[in-house]
Design a binder for this molecule. Sequence first.
Ligand code: VG1
Ligand code: CO
Length: 543
Amino acid sequence: MDIVDVETTPFEGQKPGTSGLRKKTRTFMEPRYLENFVASIWSGIGGVAGKTLVLGGDGRYFSDRAAQVILRMAAAGGARKVIVGQGALLSTPAASHLIRKRGTDGGIILSASHNPGGPEEDFGVKFNTANGGPAPEEVTGRIHEATRTIEGYRILEAQDVDLERIGTTSLGEMEVEVVDPVADYADLMESLFDFAAIREMIAGGFRLTFDAMHAVTGPYARELLETRLGAAEGSVRNAVPQPDFGGGHPDPNPIWARELMEAMHAEDAPDFGAASDGDGDRNMIVGPGMYVAPSDSLAILAANAELAPAYRDGVRGVARSMPTSRAADRVAEKNGLAAYETPTGWKFFGNLLDDGRVRICGEESAGTGADHVREKDGLWAVLLWLNVLAASGKGVVELVHDHWREYGRDIYSRHDFEGIETAKAEALIDDLRGRLADLPGREVAGRRIEAADEFSYTDPVDGSTAAAQGLRIYLEGGGRIVLRLSGTGTTGATLRVYLEDRTEDPDRFGVDTQEALGEVIAAAHEIARIEHHTGRTEPDVRA
Ligand code: VG1
Ligand code: CO
């Protein structure tokens, strides 16, 4: 087997975003495109020679080809070993766990998460470091630098490695170990939660349904919920991972998980419904007739985690991304926990978790997780919910209402305006940034603006900083509007408008979210001049 040196020239725009490099699959399939980025990862981490890596992904179209290329480039770079999930499958949290469990130097996850998959859709590549978490900005910065100056890469000429057969083979001098993607992760979950109590609840007639959305969590959810916990066969729907996710968006929100929402709003709705995304790091929780806002779910889990064995000694602290509602802060305050506010993206939680400052983290985008791995973890959230329900004897709706009665309700929604021309979206943000200082004291849509700023973050552990992480506008009475541009899209720009209001009046707990946020929504449109800049009056997604 020969190592070949290939000459190349840089591609524009190989800049990792909120979570890895995401582009159209066709772009990744262009000659040298994937190879350039992988070689740049090797440069960014100081070379791959002698290292051991984990490799896997959500199974989307082109993953199998990409995995073979990465293996041949790792071998050519002198890597010692690559541990691969069978069929190149590994959910994001399972990959994070494998990196930590085996003490590897990091790993590569092939996924564009909740973005659709297929030849005309999206693909992505993400590098995680030895702590199991997404590479911090310092590392992604070095990778991006390398993509701008690359002149060549090395790749082994070889046959494909059989990734369907579990066991160890070699590729040139490098070892390739193909592992069961589910087993280690399922054992980890069983070590955290009271499976006996959940099993008993299910045996007692508690019904649940989980939608894997034709993505990676199918095999994980089947093993955990059906095999280990005894849920009826078929409780996991859309359970076979498909390269195009059945043609849908594997995004667990009320729009894309409509099938599950309908089941949970039917007469004979199960007691608990949940869904996860393409790569298994997100979760959506639904009770009979009730969608649980992810920001509320984070707060409820933080408040009740002690009911699960892993968190019996307390959760110490909670971190949330800045646009996530402040419901979790209220739990922290009342229970004497530390609270942190970080920029969007899981990589910002890594230091807080490594340093033991927090044990539970979450984002409004349906990501919740803890210190057992360094990624958000969809099935972990589902299992913690089940553990809390089993231990408290309460149903989802009762638990949510009890929580609001104790802490008040932070009414919350995110409006996404997708496919906006990038220049227009940037102009909107620039325009608003320029007016922030003049906003406090003004009254808009019947609400007085108390404060406005642009969020920047200083990591309390290593002092690193991240500027320009979103514009925040605080309204009188506890309302808040946040605006930022998405860092995970592949066409044009997506404007995210995060809307929040506060009530402690139990009569308002049951109100429709969009209706209750009417004033805040009107204020957001007026303040940011959304129609003027984008021509849009209505969002594409209300999550
Ligand atoms: C989105 C979410 C963010 C999440 C990120 C990756 O980023 O808002 O909370 O961490 O996706 O999640 P953005 O920049 O588009 O707003 V996933 O499940 O795609 O790994
Ligand atoms: Co994801």
